[in-house]
Write a protein that binds this ligand. Structure first.
Ligand code: NAP
Length: 251
């Protein structure tokens, strides 16, 4: 019998959880525990880290998992790298459910940097009004560029106020609309958007809004990932899960 562990925290993972529940496939959805009140799910949920590669491999064995689906965010590189190694150790089939990266159109004004440090370095410029659309995890790094006024958008109210000298905070978990994000950029007179190349439709509204208003974007490229089996469509992953027999064959 198939028994799936789905590493979540994304819209696509939630969509696959719904498909698994509807298809009667045994599955557990795993959250890191970063948000205070994750959306209710139609499959059992577990929350918290596994304790690295060894911890995850132990979990896979103990819970007799046959298939590990990595549906984490494209920037969750540690978890994704651990998932590949742990699946190999435990002899469990592995697949990543991911999303294609965004590509700029001719109307976009993107500059690209490799990582957060690159984004911080690129902001060594006179004061700007910046939509820092990175979630709350990397905000502290931008203390190194205190001259800017930052607009932050978080899913939850933070426990500690962000350490930036000039900021405004919007608490909203989306989904965001293009009209809504055009209004946000206009209301706050934003003249630069800083974001990660997450891909997908859920977070794309700010890019379309920036395009419409001619606002430049500082785009942080995805971290490199080891070679892995991956698909972009939850329905295709379900189909693969229903037909894959590699774990049963001990491949
Ligand atoms: P990360 O840096 O790759 O992972 C750090 C550690 O968090 C992992 O080593 C693992 O701990 C634990 N972890 C991460 N995802 C987990 C999951 N789904 N279930 C159980 N443990 C998990 O990850 P991150 O960038 O902090 O992202 C954490 C979560 O937020 C992920 O679920 C991701 O999908 C979601 N998310 C991330 C971003 C982003 O921009 N990075 C954006 C939206 C959503 P152990 O080593 O102890 O197992």
């Amino acid at each position: 019998m198939r028994n799936v562990l789905l590493l979540g925290g994304t819209t696509e993972a939630s969509a696959l959880a719904a498909l698994l529940a509807a298809g009667g496939v045994a599955a557990t959805l795993s959250y890191a525990g970063r948000t205070q009140s994750p959306r209710p799910q139609p499959v059992p949920v577990r929350i918290g880290g596994f304790g690295g590669i060894g911890g995850l491999a132990g979990y896979l064995r103990e819970h007799r998992i046959t298939h590990l689906v990595d549906g984490t965010h494209p920037f969750a590189a540690t978890m994704s790298t651990n998932a590949i190694a742990a699946a190999r150790l435990a002899g469990v089939a592995h697949i990543a459910l991911t999303r294609p990266a965004w590509v700029p159109t001719e109307e976009d004004r993107w500059s690209r940097v490799a990582d957060i440090a690159g984004a911080v370095a690129a902001l060594t410029v006179p004061p700007r009004r910046i939509l820092l659309a990175l979630g709350r995890m990397h905000v502290d790094a931008f203390v190194a560029q205190p001259q800017h006024r930052y607009l932050l958008r978080f899913v939850d109210v933070p426990d500690q106020p962000p350490p930036l000298p000039h900021y405004s905070l919007i608490v909203d978990r989306g989904p965001f609309t293009v009209d809504g994000d055009v209004a946000v950029l206009r209301d706050h007179a934003i003249d630069l958007v800083v974001c990660k190349n997450a891909g997908g439709s859920g977070a794309e509204a700010k890019l379309i809004a920036a395009r419409r208003l001619g606002v430049p974007v500082l785009m942080i490229d995805r971290p490199a990932m080891p070679e892995r089996h991956q698909m972009c469509d939850p329905a295709a992953v379900l189909d693969w899960l229903l037909h894959d027999t590699s774990a049963e064959r001990g491949v």
